[in-house]
Design a protein around this ligand. Structure first.
Ligand code: OXD
Ligand code: MN
Length: 595
């Protein structure tokens, strides 16, 4: 399909290494994808679901040992260990190539090598980048065909260029002891072996669009971030765009597809989704920051998704979707997951494909007793989403007015606050943290620092990453987006969430946009600008202003402890920590001492 010499050479090397029986270029045509779906059904790799209720939908089950991303087996292999920094696993490239090639050698024997040319971002967009993934998995091909733009067009855009990311995926025998997800940012190369689970094998997503792309952005002067992008439309029909970074499992997909409460909808407010997980941002010709979603679909967590929590996500999964590790309802050949509705199927197979008895479900032991795996997923085309933005497919990107950070903090961060300026905002992002919940393994309430929600995804030294953020701020000057922090998860003395969250988060988004436009007032506090309580609209909400005040409060003792923890967190970065951030921490401590 191409005469690009760099592509041909690498593919020759891959064929010699992997020894496939057959080679197939993925051209992106519906006819070819349909053949592959049929083949996957015939071998049992996928199950065709009820064509009337879920047209074009399939179920796939991974091995029980292969159900999530594996951070402890994820490596950044740069020549110098220092380049990868203290937050990444590192191995010397030569050593890792040798190890991985030994693992992958000959493992495509008896299999087909699928070659997937794909674009991250609309094909031909000035913000897009190209990758080629080879894989021995039809599941990977079909997921990539949803999550990225795949096909011959991509190679036309690539032409003779060497600016493309090499991706080798080999299932091997899905042995967790030999599972590695490795990135060679200096060679634009990704190698993933012994897994067949989404986040480890759909190499366009976390591997390329975050780990490799963050490195590229650092070198080339742009940003690859773990952020949703949404447009908030006001009653005049104007749309303002925000990008928001939250750690995994803090509701990015829900915020991206939010439906405002009825009274705001009636006034004409609406949210348009541009992306739910990743944002690539570049300074545009007018000096503002423009963002695209490099993906073409949603790889969302199924459990908890329902018509109330996220109507738009649920709608997105109703056709042409691949479900992974959910529960199969044998009565009508549809799917189910915990939190979908209150009617678990009576005649069903669980995520492992075993007969499932819903009465035995035990919240304390979900993996063993649930119908769907807690990390089960849907891979749904973005164009299925009822609120997908008109801008989604346009390559020029959307201008970002505000950047929002956030996490789960029971007592610390207020519902929302605005940083004092860009540098202060970078400080807020660098100190971002989330508390573990009962849903995650390990102790409850443990604070995990996750700067800019990039801890598992930053492809280089995080000290350099903070410096890059500061550098971008200098370039943007007064055109820089305003930076905010939100916390939907403040709890009362009984441990109940105070803020209703979900659609009501639109009330907070409105304040954020008003601040960007200089239309709302605020109170300056030690940490930044906090809303005047009367500026958060509580119409139709069962909440009084005193309760709202309680979650806008900045508590001196809590924040002094927080500042001490940030100081500890900063030690990791050694002398790569930018001085500006050290100063910011000192300012915070000073401000608190005056409280
Ligand atoms: C994801 C994640 O899967 O952040 O998007 O873990
Ligand atoms: Mn994510």
């Amino acid at each position: 399909m191409t005469e690009n010499k760099t592509v041909v050479k690498w593919l020759d090397e891959m064929k010699a290494l992997l020894c496939p029986d057959k080679v197939m270029w993925i051209d992106g045509s519906e006819a070819q994808l349909e053949e592959l779906r049929k083949e996957a059904v015939s071998t049992g790799e996928m199950i065709k679901l009820n064509e009337e209720k879920l047209p074009g939908c399939y179920l796939h089950r991974t091995k029980p040992n292969d159900v999530a991303r594996v951070e402890d087996r994820t490596f950044i292999c740069t020549k110098d260990k220092e380049t990868a920094g203290p937050t990444n696993n590192w191995c010397a490239p030569d050593e890792m190539y040798e190890k991985l090639y030994n693992i992958a050698r000959g493992t495509y024997k008896g299999r087909t090598m699928y070659i997937i040319p794909y674009s991250m971002g609309p094909v031909g967009s000035p913000l897009a980048k190209i990758g080629i993934e080879v894989t021995d998995s039809i599941y990977v091909v079909l997921n990539m065909a949803i999550m990225t733009r795949v096909g011959a067009e991509v190679l036309k855009v690539l032409g003779d260029s060497n600016d493309w990311v090499r991706g080798l995926h080999a299932k091997c025998d899905v042995n967790p002891d030999d599972r590695y997800i490795c990135h060679f940012p200096e060679d634009n190369t990704i190698i993933s072996v012994n897994s067949a689970y989404g986040g480890n094998v759909l190499l366009g997503k976390k591997c390329f669009a975050l780990r490799i792309a963050s490195f590229q952005g650092w070198k080339e002067g742009w940003m690859a971030e773990h952020m949703l992008i949404l447009g908030l439309q006001n009653p005049k029909g104007e749309v303002k765009y925000v990008a928001a970074a939250f750690p995994s499992a803090c509701g990015k997909t829900n915020l991206a597809m939010l439906i405002p409460p009825e009274y705001l909808r009636k006034k004409g407010y609406k949210v348009w989704t541009v992306g739910d997980d990743i944002s690539w941002m570049k300074i545009g010709p007018d000096g503002r920051l423009y963002a695209i979603n490099p993906e073409n679909g949603f790889f969302g967590v199924a459990p908890g998704t329902n018509a109330q929590s996220n109507f738009n996500a649920l709608e997105s999964t109703k056709k042409n979707t691949i479900f992974t590790n959910v529960c199969l309802n044998l009565d009508d050949n549809t799917v189910w997951w915990e939190g979908l509705d209150k009617n678990p199927p009576k005649n069903a197979l669980n995520w492992k494909g075993e007969p499932w008895d819903y009465t035995k479900y035990d919240k304390a032991n979900k993996v063993a007793t649930s119908g769907a795996h807690p990390n089960s997923r849907f891979t749904a085309p973005a164009k299925n989403c009822p609120c997908i933005s008109d801008e989604f497919d346009k390559g020029q990107g959307v201008p970002i007015s505000a950047i929002i950070f956030g996490g789960r903090r029971a007592k610390c961060a207020p519902l929302v606050y605005q940083s004092k300026d860009w540098v202060n905002g970078v400080f807020v992002g660098s100190a971002m943290a989330s508390e573990t919940t009962a849903a995650a393994a390990g102790a409850v309430g443990v604070v995990r620092r996750d700067p800019m929600a990039m801890l598992p995804f930053c492809g280089y030294h995080m000290g350099d990453y903070f410096a890059h953020w500061l550098e971008m701020g200098k370039k943007l000057g007064d055109k820089a987006p305003k930076i905010f922090n939100v916390n939907w998860f403040r709890t009362d003395d009984e441990g109940n969430f105070v803020w209703p969250g979900f659609g009501d988060n639109a009330r907070v988004l409105n304040w954020i946009i008003d601040r960007c436009e200089g239309k709302a007032d605020a109170t300056e506090t030690a940490i930044g600008y906090v809303p005047k309580p009367e500026d958060i609209d509580l119409t139709d909400l069962d909440m009084d202003i005193e309760t709202l005040k309680s979650i806008l409060k900045v508590d001196k003792d809590v924040w002094e402890k927080e500042a001490a923890e940030i100081e500890e967190h900063y030690k990791k970065f050694g002398d790569k920590l930018p001085n500006e951030l050290r100063e910011q921490l000192n300012n915070l401590k000073n401000n608190l001492s005056k409280m």
